[in-house]
Every structure is written in C-alpha cells, then in structure tokens.
Design a protein around this ligand. Structure first.
Ligand code: PEP
Length: 250
C-alpha cells in the first residue's frame, strides 16, 4: 500500500507574510502524516520562514529547483547543501517550466536527482508531454524516456524513494485536466517501465503523482485510480482551504 503524497507548488507566488499565514492555517487542517504526506514547495527566499513555521507539524517543506553542485560560482542558484541546512525535505526537479524556459535537459536533471539523494532530499521528478506530442501519439515514449534518464544514476533503493510527477504540459495552469482514466494509463505505463528497468518490487514501491489543473472537484476521482498516488498542485495550492480539501480527498 503506497501512502499518498500531495505537494503544492507555489511557483513565484506569495510574500513572506502570506506564506507564513498559509502554513499556520494549513497546520490546523493537515491530515496526520500516517495518512498522507503533505509537502509545500516554496521559493528559496521563503524557505527559512516556512520551515520555521512548519516545525513540529505534519507539513514538509520542499524547494522548486536546485543546482547539483554543493557550492561554486553559479550566480543566482541554490545548492542542495543550503536546502538541507534549512530543513527542506523535498525538491521538485525537471518541472516543465524549468525544462521549457531554462532549457534543462534530461542529463542536467539526472545530475540534480543524484545530488538530491546525496543530501537527503527526496526528489519529485516531473515528466510530461506537450499537446503536439499527445496528438502525435507520443505520450508514453516521451514520459518513459524522461523517467529512464532521470533515474539512471540511482540505486534501486533510491529509485523506490523517488516521487515521479506525471504532468501533461497542456494541462498545467490551463484548467484542462487529463481524464482520470487517461492519467492512470500513463502513470501505469511509467510503473510498467520501472518494472522492466528494475523489478516489480521497485515499481510497486515508487509513488507517482498526477499534476495538471488538479482541484478539489476532480481530486477524488484522480485519487481513486490504481496508479495515481497523489498530486502535484499549482493553482489550487495557493489557498490553504482548497489545498486542505485536496489533502482530505487524498
Ligand atoms: C504545476 O505547476 O506543477 C501544476 C500542476 O500547476 P496547476 O495545478 O496550476 O496546473
């Protein structure tokens, strides 16, 4: 039985006061971590405030990106050492916005995935197809390739601990959601690929989220699918009340 994991991706939203107020409000309604893993992924400049506010609660804090090097001349970047130092537990890697606007390649993302494990951070690895790729029938091939490349440097035990987020790019921030059946089919194909690369034991253990316009009114149906173990949520993670409803539905 895989424990659901619901992660909010705040992107470049929220001031410090708004972030602290959100975490305070969420603390009162977050389900116990026996039932669901709750993660909030904030901008690096908010991490100090949100990790402090979330202390001794069932809320885990994540980052939205990081560099793979421990330190160095990389202006504007955040190292895994700093994330660890701030008490961050998760890091989103390979989000489609990073792949598209910052030209992150599969190889570059794989280095970050390895660096995450080197610093006791759990990576949430995003994969997904564009609308053109979907229409050309290339979805499975695309996401399987992304999954294989991102997991390449890892041991089997690390693969089991990785979170994969299947996020069709055409569904992110658009209000269009993949049908629960379609999302489940792609998540099932990812699991089958992992079984063929590693073992059924690894494939049964790894948690796969769906992301793309998840809202309180579609969460329950998505979560009822065999291969969907949680959600990565943008827009609906910005209000504690709506995010709380997603956690409840998980
Ligand atoms: C995301 O940014 O990962 C995402 C899924 O956004 P939204 O929920 O707004 O589509």
């Amino acid at each position: 039985m895989r424990k659901p994991i619901v992660a909010g991706n705040w992107k470049m939203f929220k001031t410090k006061d708004e972030a602290v107020q959100f975490v305070e409000a969420l603390k009162a309604i977050t389900p116990s971590s026996d039932k669901v893993d709750t993660v909030i992924c904030a901008s690096p400049i908010l991490l100090d405030a949100v990790t402090e506010t979330a202390k001794n609660s069932d809320i885990h804090i994540g980052a939205q990106n990081m560099h793979f090097e421990k330190e160095g001349a990389f202006t504007g970047e955040t190292s895994p050492v700093l994330l660890q130092d701030f008490g961050v537990k998760y890091v989103i890697l390979g989000h489609s916005e990073r792949r598209e606007y910052f030209y992150e390649s599969d190889e570059f993302i794989a280095k970050k995935v390895q660096a995450a494990f080197d610093h006791q951070l759990t990576p949430i690895v995003c994969v997904g197809e564009t609308l053109d790729e979907k229409e050309a029938g290339e979805t499975t091939q695309k996401v399987e390739g992304q999954v294989q490349a991102a997991l390449k440097p890892l041991t089997e035990d690390q693969v089991k601990q990785t979170i994969i987020a299947y996020e069709p790019i055409w569904a992110i921030g658009t209000g269009k959601t993949a049908t629960a059946a379609d999302a489940n089919e792609v998540c099932g194909a990812i699991r089958a690929k992992i079984a063929s690369l590693y073992s059924t034991e690894v494939a049964d253990a790894i948690r796969i989220q769906y992301g793309g316009s998840v809202k309180p009114d579609n969460m329950e149906e998505l979560m009822s699918q065999e291969h969907i173990d949680g959600a990565l949520v943008g827009g609906a993670s910005l209000q504690a009340e709506s995010f709380g409803k997603l956690l409840e539905a998980a």
